[in-house]
Design a protein around this ligand. Sequence first.
Ligand SMILES: [Zn+2]
Length: 652
Amino acid sequence: MAERPKTKTNSGGLRLVWAQALKPDPTYTLSEWAEEQFYLSGESSAEPGAWRAWPFQRGIMDAFTDPSVETVVLMKSARVGYSKTLCAAIAYHIAEVPAPQLLVQPTVEDAQGFSKDEIAPMLRDVPKLRGLVADPRARDSGNTVTKKNFPGGALSIVGANSPRGFRRLTCRCVWFDEVDGYPPAAGTEGDQIKLGMMRSQTYWNRKIALGSTPTIKGVSRIEAWYERSDQRRYFVPCPECGARHVLRWADIKWPEGEPEAAAWCCPDCGSLVPHSKKRWMVERGEWVATAEGKPMPRVRGFHISALYSYSPNADWGRLAGEFLDAKRAVKQGNVEPLKTFVNTVLGETWEEQGEGVDYGELVGRREDYGGPEAEDAPDGVLVVTAGIDVQGDRLECELVGWGAGEESWSLDYVVVRGDPGRPEVWADLDRHLERRWRSGSMGDLGVAAVGIDTGHQTASVYDWVRPRQPRRVFALKGANVAGKPLVSRPTRVGSGRVSLFTVGTEAAKDLVYARLRVEEAGPGFCHFPSCYDAEYFAQLTAERAVTTWRGGVQVRVYKQTRPRNEALDCRVYALAALRILNVNWKALARRAGVVEAAPAVEAEESSAEYGDREADELAEVARANRPVPASPQPRTVGRRPRGGGGGFVSRY
Ligand SMILES: [Zn+2]
């Protein structure tokens, strides 16, 4: 209820003057006003006629007229009548308390569509609005699709994709519709919500509303706003025991194969409450703030799902049927329908799944080979590379055998303890890299290429790499940039004597994780020896791809889910070393007498300067009997470091 100004004077005349001067908002709330004045037009509603708010809509609407509320946040499903709620608020601020208003739709087309489908019929059919906005056919009427002038204000309807539409407007009311559909903010224009809010900052009594069906967790703007609010949820009583609960999807149950019989199972008494009792429950419901901690002042947030909806399309049985359809699609590898269900039926954000890897599965498929003592390479290994991660007190190194289609066998994982500033630590590493394996098809195999991280202890790493470059020891630097190729051409660092390759870590991790999900031995499959412990696999699967916003742009990034992830980094560097080596698998497989397999994942174009090496030469590299005589270093890097001599292989 809006407060009336209090006056202590006994003079009736003065009281009247006071009342006029302060012009209080009318004493009814938006829901009361709407039920009295609002009318549903035929083209925008299945049930034209006088409007009756659904019980949960009342609390939401009344927040619009509550003077203690500045911002109304609604995170919602579809089918809960939000467009009508919004239209009622707009109508109220045209007819009852006229105010300049800005309505922001995701795009200019959405803005035009909303204007034609919702606003125009409302202006025509709601008696209180009639005559306030001039006929659009009249010349200079001040009534266009995107601007409606009325006595005491104007309604501007803009698209969030055209921030220019925000300029020069000053509005007391700003309505943001479907904010999760707004495009990422473009260029220097900035966040559309911030821009829109700025248009109202001169009003002490401004009103802001943000409503949307949410999208992806971590990206959803409506969820971020809801979390700042007092987080109201609609609690309804159980008809059997009276306990009050939020209707959750987890409590909707149905007999196997009969989704149409879906009922709500009370978490308190376990009664199955049929759909026919829904209206009884919702009528007796109430909004309860659930925020823990201190919400942002004057921000009132509501969450509502289709489980509460009175729409004939939203009975529980029908929703259960939609859910089962979505689950079936997931089984066929399509998660989109389930995502849509979560967003538009439950009104909840979708948490990206399947972007990480379940480590339990990997632990369970360890094989009997490899380890520190193994002398034989598993059949299929044609080339061995090493990936090294540098830490403050140790070096971690994975030795990986690669076969056709980049099928891989982790051969050993070594931790060299000690400060990388000390030479003996590196000498220890050298000894591990000198290892050799017997191979049925290739004869004697050594480490053909090494990739090492230069992000820490950079000077020590450069010192170690510099003399070893002719032996295909590659200095690597990770770049966490979307769209960067797995390996980019090198730049010269360390007084120009070290070639530093940039590794696109997104691309590399995408590929590593895609391969960890391959379930059958063959191209892309990753083999692990039985001696690896759970910690190794926990590190390997320590990251998850999440979608987030960076500088107004939606990006996908890998986030650590645990503090240690060195095993994953080592694998990325071993893979990068393999890619820089640019193996001609066909030729190598032919040479080894191995039946060639199709690559699991199309290898991207490698930088041309590495060119295809001759098969024989590669076989030599793989066997590591002698150094590659020519072009192991890119020509663009200039002078090849000298000192190859006996070479990588005889040393290692
Ligand atoms: Zn109960």
